[in-house]
Design a protein around this ligand. Structure first.
Ligand SMILES: Cc1cc2nc3c(=O)[nH]c(=O)nc-3n(C[C@H](O)[C@H](O)[C@H](O)COP(=O)(O)O)c2cc1C
Length: 308
């Protein structure tokens, strides 16, 4: 019998797979559906203090290496999000799947304000999205690129929220380890690594112009996997908090790489684009079969790639 359960900041997940923020979890129904389809935990779409329309369409394109997106963090605002999160929580509790709320803000101080509002929904975790690469034209460089700004945003949320706090890091940081150390010192209980890479650009050669209305967007899916695995590997060496390894996971073997690099849990986003939340059942089955073939009864091989 294979045991896939993991402990994330004191919360038990029945398996390591976590729905990543933004792809599927915009309402209580889709969050619950991901859990019914097997996700060990689910992350809601990021919300801000005020509602946001996001960028004009087209905002997402599938290309051969994955997705490029510039959704622009469209969301109904923190107050409306509390109602969505409360309803989601009601549906998730019987399914045994913890809820991760995700927030972002324009200034480090506003991370505290939005976390305070969202905390009213009593999610199991709050994740700070300090790393979205496709709103730079509006907000400037993501806070996740600099240890000081990242720590300020984390500290602002930590001051008002005593629950489990995750911080989502960027693969674009010049030194992701320094950023991680800064946010852990500022009170983060865990890390999610990573957000999308870039921004990148896809040009339609027949139209002679970029496909996304925002011109540039974040890269996710298979192209991101080796970078995300390397980030998780570097982080696991440097900090002593759990990591949700996220980026390009589309198979049980991809998830095993993340865990061998040191991830406690494994985020899944772009893989839902083609398969919907049914992807979780496939990933669970593939991971369990691979573990069985390799002689692992549980996930205690975590971090084994460091011991070679
Ligand atoms: C369409 C789309 C929307 C996203 N929205 C969010 C978001 O609202 N908040 C966030 O923290 N990350 C967001 N992300 C990033 C994902 O959560 C994830 O970190 C990234 O896509 C890498 O994982 P993947 O390769 O499995 O998709 C989004 C990604 C995509 C493709």
């Amino acid at each position: 019998m294979i045991d896939l359960s993991v402990e994330l900041c004191g919360v038990t997940l029945r398996n390591p797979f976590v729905l990543a923020s933004g792809i599927w979890g915009s309402c209580a129904g889709t969050l619950a559906r991901a859990a019914r389809d097997g996700a060990g935990a689910v992350t809601a779409k990021s919300c801000s203090l005020e509602p946001r329309a996001g960028h004009p369409n087209p905002t997402v394109l599938a290309w051969r290496g994955g997705l490029i997106n510039a959704i622009g963090l469209s969301n109904p605002g923190a107050v409306a999000q509390v109602a969505i999160l409360r309803e989601a929580r009601k549906r998730l509790v019987p399914l045994g799947a913890p809820l991760i709320a995700s927030v972002f803000a324009e200034s480090p101080a506003d991370f505290g304000r939005v976390a305070e509002v969202v905390a009213q929904a009593e999610p199991d975790f709050i994740e700070l999205n300090i790393s979205c690469p496709n709103v730079e034209s509006e907000f400037g460089r993501p806070f996740a690129l600099e240890p000081r700004a990242a720590a300020q945003a984390t500290a602002a949320a930590r001051r008002v929220y005593s629950g489990r706090l995750l911080v989502k890091l960027s693969p674009n940081a010049p030194d992701i380890v320094q950023v991680a150390r800064a946010v852990v010192d500022a009170g983060a209980d865990g890390l999610t690594a990573v957000n999308t890479l870039g921004p990148g650009m896809i040009i339609d050669v027949h139209a002679g112009c970029p496909v996304l209305a925002n011109v540039v967007g974040g890269i996710s899916g298979p192209a991101l996997l080796p970078i995300a695995v390397r980030c998780v590997y570097d982080l696991a060496r440097a900090v002593n908090v759990p990591i949700i390894g996220t980026g390009g996971v589309g198979s049980g073997a991809d998830a095993m790489q993340m865990i061998m690099a040191g991830a406690t849990a494994v985020g899944v986003g772009s893989a839902l684009y083609a398969e919907g939340s049914a992807v979780f059942r496939r990933l669970i089955d593939e991971l369990a079969s691979l573990m069985s073939a390799e002689g692992y009864a549980d996930l205690s091989f975590r971090g084994c790639a460091h011991h070679v």
